[in-house]
Design a binder for this molecule. Structure first.
Ligand code: AMP
Length: 222
C-alpha cells in the first residue's frame, strides 16, 4: 500500500502511521520527524527550518519537497509507504505527484483523520514522546499514560514534551492546517482517494476503522 495520512496536528497521524508501518510493513515517512532530527543535528536544512517549526508555521515548500524527493530518489527508496505530515500544501501535493510519477508509484489512498479543534488542543497539551530518536513512542497523560510516569514503556528512556505542543503554538498550527492543508481534501477527493475515518476514541479502534476503509482484513497482507 502507498498511503498519505491527512489530518490536523494531534489527530493521531504519527500513532496510526507507526501502527500501519509495523503491522503492514510500510515505510513511515514523517516530515516532522525528519525536520526535528535535522534541527537536532544542526544541519543547514535544520537551521533553516527551526524558526518555522518552533513557531508552529509551515517550513517553506522547497525545503520539505527537497527532503522528500531526495528520500524517494535514493536507491533504497520506499516502495510501500505511509506519508505522515506530507504533503501539507497544494504545492507540496503537486511536487509529490511528480516524484511518484517519476518513480512509477501510484497512491493507494489518502486517509483523513477527522478530529475537532477543541479536542486537538486538549490532546496536544498532554502529549509526551520518547526522547530516543529511533523509538518514536508517544503517550498522553490522560488517554495513553506510560506505565511508569516520565519513562518510555518500550525502551525506558525519558519522555519529553515537544516545544511546539504549547497551547499558543498548537493554536497557530491549527490555524495553518485550516488555511493551507484542508485544500488537499478536495484535491485528493476529486481523484477518489479520500477515506475519512473519525479520529476519536481508542487507538486500536481507529486503526481497525482505517483498515476497514481500506478494505483490508486485520491479519491479511494488503
Ligand atoms: P508534525 O510533527 O508533522 O506535526 O510537524 C511539526 C512541524 O514541522 C510543523 O508544525 C511544521 O513546522 C513542520 N513540518 C512538518 N511537515 C511539514 C510539511 N510537510 N510542510 C511544512 N512544514 C512541515
Amino acid at each position: 500500500m502507498r498511503l498519505i495520512l491527512l489530518g490536523p496536528p494531534g489527530s493521531g497521524k504519527g500513532t496510526q502511521a507507526q501502527l500501519l508501518s509495523q503491522r503492514r510493513n510500510l515505510e513511515h515517512v514523517g516530515t516532522g520527524d525528519i525536520l526535528r532530527e535535522a534541527i537536532r543535528r544542526n544541519t543547514p536544512a535544520g537551521q533553516r527550518a527551526k524558526p518555522y517549526v518552533v513557531s508552529g508555521k509551515l517550513v517553506p515548500d522547497d525545503l520539505v519537497n527537497d527532503l522528500v524527493s531526495d528520500r524517494f530518489r535514493r536507491e533504497d527508496r520506499p516502495k510501500c509507504f505511509i506519508m505522515d505530515g506530507y504533503p501539507r500544501t497544494l504545492a507540496q501535493a503537486s511536487a509529490f505527484d511528480k516524484v511518484l510519477a517519476e518513480q512509477k508509484l501510484n497512491l493507494t489512498a489518502v486517509v483523513l483523520l477527522e478530529v475537532d479543534d477543541a479536542e486537538i488542543v486538549r490532546r496536544l497539551s498532554g502529549r509526551w514522546s520518547c526522547e530516543t530518536l529511533g523509538c518514536k513512542a508517544t503517550y498522553h497523560t490522560v488517554s495513553n499514560p506510560p506505565k511508569l510516569a516520565g519513562n518510555c514503556d518500550r525502551c525506558g528512556s525519558k519522555l519529553v514534551q515537544r516545544d511546539d505542543d504549547k497551547e499558543e503554538t498548537v493554536k497557530e498550527r491549527l490555524r495553518v492546517y485550516h488555511a493551507d492543508t484542508v485544500e488537499l481534501i478536495p484535491y485528493y477527493r476529486s481523484r477518489g482517494l479520500i477515506r475519512a475515518v473519525p479520529g476519536d476514541g481508542d487507538i486500536e479502534e481507529i486503526y481497525n476503522n482505517i483498515l476497514r476503509e481500506l478494505n483490508c482484513q486485520a491479519g491479511s497482507a494488503c
